[in-house]
Design a protein around this ligand. Structure first.
Ligand code: SF4
Length: 352
């Protein structure tokens, strides 16, 4: 996965001085320690959900419970059963070893997540969806990244807070959710208090999402396909994508509600859906926005994304081997408006 819609930082964003930390980040982590308790750049009255869970010991308990799911892994809808705790690789290529590609303030996300200080993104390696058009296939499917420990991840979170980021944005988190929750517990004990953004491809098991209830402040899922046959074709056989993602979106909404920016312009809680419009109606965009309008509040935040461009193995599929046209994009936006959606994030025509 780390598909285009969630990985648009490459080529489309200004990526700051600390762009790809790669091998340099141990030095940066060490360097952040004196600032760990710098005042977070958020509403001082905000408290993330995970803090209460940390105080009660529930956050650690949830992390440990998730960890055990890796015995015969069913963290994601592949349910491939890999014995990850015995170092067996899953379909996603993940074992129990955490692998991270980079972390940095990210200025290419939605405006209420970026603010002035950026969204504190952590990019996890490997992926359970493995899309043929992935813009970041080197990270999602090419093995790019470095093995890291839970302490490392906790320090990254604290470093991002110290740098002035407004949230912790965990990108492609599903297959490393146990590591993330346990690292969050460590970071919470050391003063982390930024909202947690769960930035996912949307293909999530309800049983796992329920274990994240109260841990996640902002869900940022894709809703990529309306048709299971298309999901199977372009995302490695994931033919259950539409119905599983629909159920996941309803659960996410139940947990965090509609996303509305606070007075300071930042987002602290809620569901923010992304949909990447693809050429030749491959993603079933009209059905996607129609389903959202019929099954979630009309003011649900929906980012209709226009920046598809063929990458990786997309050129093997003629129907997706080109960019989107202005007409294709506008048609989807118009359909979403007619369906009654009122909280649309519409992208600039300059992208075409
Ligand atoms: S997260 Fe990875 S190992 Fe676990 S079920 Fe999914 S694909 Fe398999």
């Amino acid at each position: 996965m780390i598909e285009q819609s969630r990985r648009r930082f490459i080529g489309t964003v200004s990526s700051l001085a600390v762009a790809s930390l790669g091998p340099t980040f141990p030095r940066l982590i060490a360097g952040c320690r004196p600032q760990e308790h710098a005042t977070p750049q958020i509403d001082p009255d905000f408290e993330p959900g995970y803090l209460e869970l940390h105080r009660s010991g529930e956050l650690k308990r949830r992390g440990e419970e998730l960890w055990q799911v890796m015995q015969r892994c069913s963290l994601c809808p592949r349910e491939c059963g890999a014995a990850r705790l015995d170092r067996e690789e899953g379909f996603c290529k993940g074992t129990s070893q955490l692998v991270i590609a980079s972390y940095h303030p990210h200025f290419g996300e939605e405006r209420p997540l970026v603010g002035r200080g950026g969204s504190g993104a952590v990019f996890f390696s490997n992926c359970n969806l493995r899309c043929v058009f992935c813009i970041n296939w080197q990270i999602s499917q090419g093995g790019e990244g470095e093995p890291r420990g839970l302490e490392d991840l906790a320090q990254m979170m604290l470093h991002l807070q110290a740098m002035g980021c407004h949230n912790i944005n965990i990108v492609t988190p599903t297959h490393y959710s146990p590591h993330i929750v346990l690292a969050l517990d460590i970071a919470a004990a050391r003063g982390l208090r930024l909202p947690l953004v769960y930035n996912t491809n949307g293909w999530e098991r309800l049983e796992i999402l329920r274990m994240l209830d109260g841990v996640v402040d902002i869900y940022l899922p894709d809703f990529k396909y309306a048709d299971g046959a298309m999901a199977a074709k372009y995302s490695s056989g994931a033919d259950t994508y539409p119905e599983i993602t629909q159920a996941a979106l309803l659960e996410m909404h139940r947990q965090v509600g509609v996303a509305k920016p606070a007075e300071d312009g930042l987002m602290y809680r809620g569901l923010m859906i992304r949909h990447l419009v693809m050429p030749n109606s491959v993603s079933g965009s009209k059905e996607v926005v129609g389903w959202i309008a019929q099954n979630l509040p009309r003011d649900t935040y929906v980012n209709i994304m226009s920046q598809y461009r063929p990458m990786y193995r997309a050129f093997d599929y003629p129907e997706i081997a080109r960019r989107l046209t202005r007409g294709e994009y506008n048609e989807v936006v118009e359909h979403a408006r007619q369906a009654g959606l009122t909280n649309l994030d519409i992208q600039g025509m300059a992208l075409f």
